[in-house]
Ligand binder design. Structure first.
Ligand SMILES: Cc1ncc(COP(=O)(O)O)c(C=O)c1O
Length: 413
């Protein structure tokens, strides 16, 4: 692979990671649907296995050899290079079969039995399930922290702390966390060792937020969402400042078999070329829709970064480059109002995912967040009337008209 270049991410997202000279001078990346790779000699095979297993250091200038597609393959490598090049502060990246496998493979690599994870709620429902139902089986306790409780939680659990984990903005309420401040608090609480700060950046993506520049050690993505961007694949990704973290996680990935397969990795790389275009248009669309939605009498409150006040507004200004395409709408009248609204939509589709070119809406309380405890739902502000909207690339006035008629349907019921 070519060495990293210092191009603007809008440029590197188009071609980074792909060298035509390595692929019959093709202008765009081909797909390598190949499970196993050949060696020139038996001695070379033995050497590459020793390098892959960490028994021998690679020779100076020697690239990691392709061996078997559960370990590595060209399409994963090309996507990883492209993602690394657009994630400010990143030195390495890894691709996975899903956002959940990116999260679980990373956490199972970095955490040890007996350790604790502090996390800010809300987190995506699948992550919440992993924290509350699966990590305890491995003797890892995940403890939810509320906004103003970090100082106390860090002091109480510093000794066994293995990781701090959060989503900012969080799914589905868009609650933000000041990463720089949290990093400083974490370092004060654990002065003798570096505890990883892991951030799920799915909602704003590398286009609008760079957690590694604010003290995060690892950034996770559901690449199913904005990175893939077309609701036609399931994948995940990890980026880090320290390549050693990605190297360790890739070893776990090889044994769990959670590497993204070639066709999906190829689609992801194809999507990277339009990431800026899509996310910029989606964010602009959302920003235009927010005043229309907020003004409707059926709406109690809209959660969107440009509407934030106080501390949340300060974090948004400091940490993000644009508000993004996710809007959380609280309707008056609880679940019945939310259901009426969702059922009345005609252009916006009713589905749980987000980040695609098409606009999607969902009711988190009865779907993705339905497993959260009542206490977590209350503290996280995931109310009965909350609807999450992922804005696509459509003409915004069509979306405004659709949302308007669906909100009218709530008011007139
Ligand atoms: C913020 C966030 N993180 C992680 C995930 C899990 O990703 P995947 O569905 O690709 O496994 C999701 C899925 O909705 C998500 O919204």
């Amino acid at each position: 692979m070519r060495p990293p270049q210092h191009l603007h991410p809008e440029t590197s997202s188009v071609s980074e990671g792909f060298d035509p000279a390595l692929s019959v001078m093709a202008a765009r990346p081909p797909i390598y649907p190949v499970s196993t790779y050949c060696f020139a000699t038996a001695e070379a095979a033995a050497h590459h296995f020793e390098v892959a297993l960490g028994k021998t250091a690679a020779l100076p200038g020697e690239a990691a050899s392709l061996i078997y597609a559960r370990l590595n393959h060209p399409n994963a490598e090309m996507f990883e290079d492209a993602l690394r090049s657009v994630e400010r502060g990143a030195e390495a990246a890894a691709a996975f079969t899903s956002g959940m496998s990116a999260i679980t493979t990373t956490l199972l690599t970095l955490l040890r039995p007996g350790q604790k994870v502090l996390y800010q709620r809300p987190v995506y429902g699948g992550t919440d399930h992993f924290f509350r139902h699966m990590l305890p089986e491995w003797n890892v306790q995940a403890i939810a922290v509320t906004d103003d409780g970090w100082e106390a939680a860090l002091a109480a659990h510093a000794k066994e702390l293995g990781m701090v984990y959060l989503e900012t903005p969080a799914n589905p309420t868009l609650q933000m966390v000041d990463l720089g401040e949290l990093r400083a608090k974490l370092d004060r609480a654990c002065p003798d060792r570096h505890v990883p700060l892991v951030v799920d950046n799915t909602f704003l993506g590398p286009v609008f937020q760079s957690p590694l520049e604010h003290g995060a050690d690892a950034v996770l993505y559901s690449a199913t969402k904005f990175l893939g961007g077309h609701s036609d694949l399931v994948a995940g990704a990890l980026t880090t400042r320290d390549p050693e973290i990605v190297a360790r996680v890739k070893t776990t990935r090889a044994f769990l078999g959670t590497i993204c397969e070639p066709f999906t990795a190829w689609m992801l790389q194809r999507s990277m070329a339009t990431l800026w275009l899509r996310m910029t248009k989606q964010s602009k669309n959302a920003a235009k829709l927010v005043p229309v939605i907020s003004a409707h009498p059926a709406v109690e409150r809209v959660h969107y970064p440009t509407l934030f006040a106080g501390e949340q507004a300060r974090i948004y200004q400091k940490q993000c480059r644009a508000p993004g395409a996710m809007i959380a709408i609280e309707l008056r009248g609880g679940s019945p109002a939310a259901f009426r609204f969702l059922d009345a939509l005609k252009v916006v589709r009713l589905a749980v995912s987000l980040g695609g070119v098409e606009s999607l809406a969902t009711h988190p309380r009865s779907t993705t967040a339905s497993e959260m405890s009542d206490e977590d739902l209350r503290i996280s502000g995931v109310t009965e009337g909350l609807v999450r909207l992922s804005v696509g690339v459509e003409y915004w006035r069509d979306l405004a008209a659709d949302l308007g008629q669906a909100l009218d349907a709530v008011s007139t019921a």
